[in-house]
Write a protein that binds this ligand. Structure first.
Ligand code: ZN
Length: 151
């Protein structure tokens, strides 16, 4: 299981890093949050278009390492069309997965391919990279901040 996951992890990260999904500025966003991870130098802006409690569109732009970029890319793909509550729930599950509070087997059903990020849990620096886009998205959903930092 872990060997398969590791292989899939590398494939997925490479794929999304080379061809990030929804990598663009959004002019009609209802919320935008800038996220920094000073430890690694990751710096992204996450854009959300939320209407009638549905995430109608989500995109990102910025620069950073392969893990943060792949995480942001996969997050945008996972969130489109979700309700606000579903997006919050995904955020919590992803957070628990990468911090080791949720087992991979449990997470796989609900998180799908995002479960490959369990691969970062033994590397605290990488956890911050993977979670940065999610923290930014969470703040954008809550509408309480325009800048977040992992520090
Ligand atoms: Zn990083």
């Amino acid at each position: 299981m872990m060997d398969e996951l590791r292989e899939l992890y590398q494939q997925v990260i490479l794929d999304h890093q080379k061809a990030p999904r929804n990598f663009r500025k959004m002019e009609n966003a209802t919320a935008a949050v800038e996220g920094f991870n000073p430890l690694c130098g990751d710096h992204y802006t996450i854009y959300l278009l939320v209407e009638d409690n549905i995430v109608k569109d989500v995109s990102f732009e910025g620069t950073g390492c392969a893990i943060s970029k792949a995480s942001a890319s996969m997050m945008t793909a996972a969130l489109k069309g979700k309700t606000r509550a579903e997006a919050e729930s995904l955020f919590e599950k992803f957070h628990d997965l990468v911090t080791g509070k949720l087992e991979v087997e449990q997470a796989a059903g609900e998180l799908g391919k995002l479960a490959v990020f369990a691969g970062v849990r033994d590397f605290p620096v990488r956890v911050k990279c993977a979670i940065l886009p999610w923290h930014s998205m969470h703040s954008a959903l809550e509408g309480d901040k325009t800048v977040v930092s992992t520090e």
